[in-house]
Design a protein around this ligand. Structure first.
Ligand code: ATP
Ligand code: MG
Length: 266
């Protein structure tokens, strides 16, 4: 892997997530191999690369969502604050509360806006009636949706626009107070205005959260990410072929596959 760095050497970095020699197989087929990288606290790490290279599979390996996909086998390790997330006895629900996920399409339950916000948080801990509104308001404010829905919290979440639904999903993820948020093409189903709202949120969220996001949108990567890793297929399996500060990779890619991918993106 080619790695270039443009961070000041004096900056003290904390590393909540370390991926070490990750390999993902589906039966005999290797989907990902030689995946080793760190995610620094307060950083937006972007995963880019051609379709089918393994970005989503990699993202799902970071909070064990691949456990839910029959036939996938994960080898190597992912360390969250130094402890393996794949160790026996790890509480996977607690792990996914600390490493939350936002999908490409909003996943909305046929229930009220308020119930959608509380869905994950209620499964993790008891929330008193008196505390409910505090949790709901705080999560919706953080997701920049409060002003639009504060007068209709009991209305069905299905009445919201797709852009509002995506922010509702973000509020639901934020209500469990995750440290890391994984996002898989979080704006690809959204119109430009909703995309801008989510991008502004991502930039704001990194003050308190660490974010790993997959994007095909290079202009978006430039706007919101600090660091990029490019996943490409080599010998039939996805690998991180280059990793660099966002501007360094986009302005001066070193690796042939990255140059080709970026020029194909225009
Ligand atoms: N459960 C599975 N069983 C077998 N192969 C799988 C499975 N899930 C994914 N794959 C394969 O793994 C490869 C990587 O898929 P993945 O969805 O991670 O790619 P991606 O980089 O996210 O692509 P895109 O940009 O189109 O979303 C693809 O070849 C896909 O067909
Ligand atoms: Mg994908």
């Amino acid at each position: 892997m080619v790695e270039t760095c443009c961070l000041p050497e004096t900056r003290i970095l904390e590393t909540p997530l370390c991926v070490r020699q990750l390999r993902v197989k589906a039966g005999a087929r290797v989907l990902l191999q030689n995946i080793t990288f760190d995610v620094q606290r307060g950083q937006v790490l972007g995963l880019i690369g051609p379709s089918g290279a393994g970005k989503s599979t990699l993202l799902r390996s970071l909070n064990r969502l691949n456990d839910l996909v029959p036939g996938l086998k994960v080898e190597g390790d992912v360390l969250f604050h130094g402890a393996s997330i794949y160790a026996p006895g790890v509480d996977v629900n607690a792990l996914r509360a600390r490493i939350g996920m936002l999908f490409q399409q909003p996943v909305i339950f046929p229930a009220s806006i308020a119930e959608n916000v509380l869905f994950g948080a209620k499964r993790l801990r008891t929330i008193d009636k008196s505390e409910r509104l505090v949790v709901i308001e705080s999560a919706l404010r953080e997701a920049a949706l409060w002003e639009e829905v504060k007068d209709r919290l009991k209305a069905s979440a299905l009445t919201l626009s797709v852009g509002q639904q995506q922010r509702l999903c973000l509020a639901r993820a934020l209500a469990v107070e995750p440290e890391i948020i994984l996002m898989d093409e979080p704006t690809s189903a959204l119109d430009p205005r909703s995309t801008q709202a989510i991008e502004e949120l991502i930039v704001r969220l990194k003050q308190r959260h660490t974010i790993v996001m997959v994007t095909h949108n290079i202009a978006q990567a430039r706007r919101v990410t600090d660091w990029l890793a490019c996943v490409c297929t080599r010998d039939g399996a996805g690998e991180i072929v280059e990793s660099a500060c966002c501007d360094a990779m986009l302005d001066n890619p070193r690796c042939r596959e990255v140059i080709e991918y970026l020029s194909a993106q225009g």
